[in-house]
Design a protein around this ligand. Sequence first.
Ligand code: ATP
Length: 290
Amino acid sequence: MGDTLPHPTDKAFWHYVGLMTSASDHEPPAEPPAGLAPTTPPAVSIRGLYKHFGEKIAVAGISLDVPAGSFYGIVGPNGAGKTTMLSMATGLLRPDGGTVAINGLDLWTNLFEVKRTLGILPDGMATFDRLTGTQFVTYAGLLRGMDRATVTARTADLLAALDLRESADKLIVDYSAGMTKKVTLAAALIHAPRVLVLDEPFESVDPVSAAHIREILTEYVRTGGTVIVSSHVMDLVQRMCDHVAVVAGGQILAAGTVDDVRAGRSLEDRFVELVGRSHTAEGLAWLRTS
Ligand SMILES: Nc1ncnc2c1ncn2[C@@H]1O[C@H](COP(=O)(O)OP(=O)(O)OP(=O)(O)O)[C@@H](O)[C@H]1O
């Protein structure tokens, strides 16, 4: 497809993306016959996912359904198992046990087919930093089997939308942490995936860029995409997401709509209540300056 895309900040872009991925995915589902429940499978369905590293159980039998078309936040303290869970849910890490289905299709028995529908922003994974921003995003598109004209047009659109146009020809090794995050996000979006899984996408990103990314993601969800995002910023998750799961010790402590999980309080208060305060500064008396 060699035609020019509308700008990603333009609603038409996301309509177009919907047409690119699968027309039917973004149309309102046909009414089911009377008396029958709708049959749309969850975008991501996790059952009994388990992973250990030596003695450490990182993910202890997690089950979770992410409804199609939802904006799903994953929150949890450091070391809770979020990255390990998301890596297994996206085919980056093989689980010791359990299953993952993406849009009803088993991930590990249909790995290549399923991966085509996923856009992934892994946390802390090495990237090809000897490429320029343009080369990296172009490479991601060509790797997905897209034709060069479409890749070129979309690369330019995405770099502009993520405020990277002026650094497009700079090597990624010379990017700041936030710029690297944004170029990796562009690479995750290039093939217009149905499901986006973003591990801490706002980390190191300045507030203006973060607001811009939020806008892009919100529009993506509005036009039928599903986003799963892990974050430590409760306020952001409360404002941006419609669903949330609280993970700690490799288990889900609470999951559902944001309003159900926070139960009338702020998500941050609810999070602290669920996870518990485990540290005090009492042992650091020597740090006091007065
Ligand atoms: N490759 C690995 N080898 C050994 N232990 C690991 C490995 N990956 C993760 N772990 C351990 O598994 C647990 C869960 O780690 P994980 O990175 O999934 O947590 P997280 O919730 O993403 O944390 P953070 O919020 O700090 O990014 C931690 O105790 C971590 O030390």
